[in-house]
Design a protein around this ligand. Structure first.
Ligand SMILES: Nc1nc2c(ncn2[C@@H]2O[C@H](COP(=O)(O)OP(=O)(O)OP(=O)(O)O)[C@@H](O)[C@H]2O)c(=O)[nH]1
Ligand SMILES: [Mg+2]
Length: 129
């Protein structure tokens, strides 16, 4: 007869990630920056949608963090439109974690505005942002 055991998980594997994400969240909120995590399948229309939204923003500065495994195609397009954009290439990983986002946020020198993060795939890594 099989025995059923209940295993209690005491610590999430995302603990450290969530802690960093929470710090980024507080820092962005304090500086009046609203962050939007943009997720969707490859080719779903994320960048096209961002471009159309950004064109319609009035008096709000947009910033974009572009996540991609290898390419910087979307970043080049956004930069050519005058949008302050920074590229993160993960070199294989299919999600952006909060330390990567934290570094990109620092490098972007964001002032008050809206920060769009085009994510690579569905990720729980940004759930606290
Ligand atoms: N028909 C149609 N095509 C669209 C629409 N939005 C985007 N596209 C096209 O779909 C293709 C992919 O669009 P992107 O905006 O690059 O999609 P993405 O999700 O950013 O793609 P990745 O960053 O490569 O994952 C492009 O050729 C767009 O022109 C839409 O609403 N209708
Ligand atoms: Mg894109």
């Amino acid at each position: 007869m099989s025995e059923c055991k209940k295993i209690e998980v005491m610590q999430s594997v995302y603990d450290k990630n969530d802690e960093v994400a929470s710090q980024i969240n507080k820092s962005l909120t304090k500086r009046g920056i609203y962050a939007v995590n943009v997720m969707g399948s490859p080719g779903a229309g994320k960048t096209s949608t961002l471009i159309q939204i950004i064109k319609r923003l009035q008096g709000i500065t947009p910033y974009v963090i572009e996540g991609d495994i290898e390419s910087d195609f979307d970043t080049k397009t956004l930069l050519s439109l005058g949008v302050k954009t920074i590229q993160i290439n993960t070199g294989g990983a299919c999600h952006l974690d909060s330390p990567l986002i934290g570094k990109a946020v620092d490098d972007l020198n964001i002032e008050k505005g809206v920060l769009f993060i085009e994510n690579i795939a569905t990720s729980s890594a940004l759930r606290n942002l």
